[in-house]
Design a protein around this ligand. Structure first.
Ligand SMILES: *Cc1c(COP(=O)(O)O)cnc(C)c1O
Length: 418
């Protein structure tokens, strides 16, 4: 029997804060009744009411092959029949590690965790443990998960003054996080001149994709990398979104930079909960039980998650990225033409990520995103939903295209043309 989104929503509201288990899923910003989904396949999700939607959220990125890829599904069934958690040594995590280490230049060693947030938490502790320094430089508009020290925004005034962007973060935490503006190399350089010997690492999303899609100049990131090296600080690439998305080796491969530490999530688990901290062998060996930086996880490297990740990654080759780009170009053209009938929109895209950027100007830093972005997005979100097209319910989220979207290009064009 089919449920009903409205009933499920009202019942959930009583026992689940905001009826969601992650705030980005809430429809509160788009003033619609949330849709409860029942199943998914390929590029589509089906609601409790039995209505199909073309999905451009794709679980916020992991599903690069589309929902329920048959090869991934088959591998999961095989693994399931052998047990789903061992809490001891097993072959699955070795096989996924080996696949990655042999294909990605900057990965000598890997530690699997359960989410992108956990990967970042571990990366920061590792950087601090390895360098014996405390301060971390991050950038305004980059998201690194919900760990305390990353929920920090620039305060008014000097760059080194910060404040937390969430209630419940103790004030002391923000003292060791320095927030800079994307693209502003001079300020970062100045901060290194005064605090260089206490900066453990720079952390950056080399393709910032959590606050719109803020494509950066290659030279900016190359200069940051050189600066980090000069002061013996570490470079952490947070590739939780961009890893395996823009190229198999992520932005590191595209930029030709070898980050000291790299974090993954999303695609690496193919839709199951996985995160990973990877990097230089001498740094990774600071992790317990070899080194003194503690990190652990009861369900880390869960066999199903490892198998789902490997079965996904094994299907990605150079052609996949060419195909994803072609499919995205078509989708972006169709959506751009449609959106501009209602509000001026610049559909920014990079590989298989796109963002409905308001207005015509190219935006490359968070502070340039207009404050009323929600209003124009609201119009597009509602109109798309009426036509059976699902975008993530926030103006700041990017759209994700999977290989399965090739099959819906024509349908999308028809839906958005009438
Ligand atoms: C999604 C994301 C995270 C957080 O990952 P979770 O699995 O949601 O904890 C961290 N960094 C980046 C760049 C992300 O896109």
């Amino acid at each position: 029997m089919k449920g009903n989104s409205k009933e499920l929503y009202n019942a959930s509201l009583k026992i689940i804060p905001g009826a969601v288990h992650s705030p980005v899923r809430s429809f509160s910003g788009v003033h619609e009744t949330p849709i409860f989904f029942d199943s998914a396949n390929g590029a589509k999700m089906t609601s409790e009411e039995g209505r199909d939607y073309i999905d451009f959220c794709m679980s916020f990125g992991p599903l690069i092959l589309g929902h329920r890829d048959p090869i991934v599904e088959e591998s999961l069934k095989m693994a399931l029949s052998k047990g789903w958690s061992f809490g001891t040594c097993e072959r699955y995590s070795y096989e996924l590690s080996d696949y990655l280490v042999s294909r990605i230049d900057h990965i000598d060693k890997i530690r699997f965790v359960n989410s992108g947030t956990e990967a970042v938490m571990t990366a920061l502790r590792l950087a601090r443990g390895f360098t014996r320094r405390n301060k971390i430089i991050k950038f305004n508009g980059c998201y690194h998960g919900h760990t305390d020290s990353m929920l920090i925004k620039a305060g008014s005034g000097v760059a080194t003054m910060t404040e937390s962007s969430s209630k419940g973060v103790p004030p002391g935490i923000s003292n060791d996080t320095i927030v800079c503006e994307l693209g502003d190399y001079e300020t970062v350089e100045g901060i290194f001149e005064t605090h260089g010997n206490d900066i453990a690492a720079i952390i950056i999303e080399p393709l910032p994709a959590n606050n719109g899609l803020l494509v950066q100049e290659k030279s900016f990131i190359v200069k940051l990398d050189k600066l980090a090296k000069k002061y013996k600080s570490l470079m952490i690439f947070d590739e939780v979104i961009s890893g395996f998305r823009v190229a198999f080796g992520g932005m590191a491969e595209i930029l030709g930079i070898k980050p000291d530490i790299c974090t993954y999530g999303k695609i690496i688990g193919g839709g199951l909960p996985v995160g990973a901290v990877c990097g230089r062998g001498d740094i990774m060996d600071y992790l317990a039980p070899v080194g003194g930086v503690y990190q652990a996880g009861t369900l880390s490297a869960n066999p199903l998650a490892m198998v789902g990740g490997l079965a996904t990654l094994k299907q990605l080759d150079a052609n996949s990225y060419i195909e994803l780009e072609e499919v995205t170009n078509n989708i972006v053209r169709i959506i751009g033409k449609w959106a501009n009938k209602y509000v001026p929109t610049n559909v920014v895209h990079k590989s298989s990520l796109f963002w409905l950027s308001p207005g015509e100007e190219v935006i490359s830093k968070a502070s340039n995103i207009p404050a009323n972005i929600g209003e124009s997005f609201q119009v597009l979100f509602t109109k798309a939903l009426e036509k059976g097209i699902y975008f993530a319910p926030s103006a700041y989220e990017v759209g994700f295209v999977s290989l399965a979207h090739k099959a819906i290009i024509h349908e999308l064009e028809v839906k958005l043309n009438d």
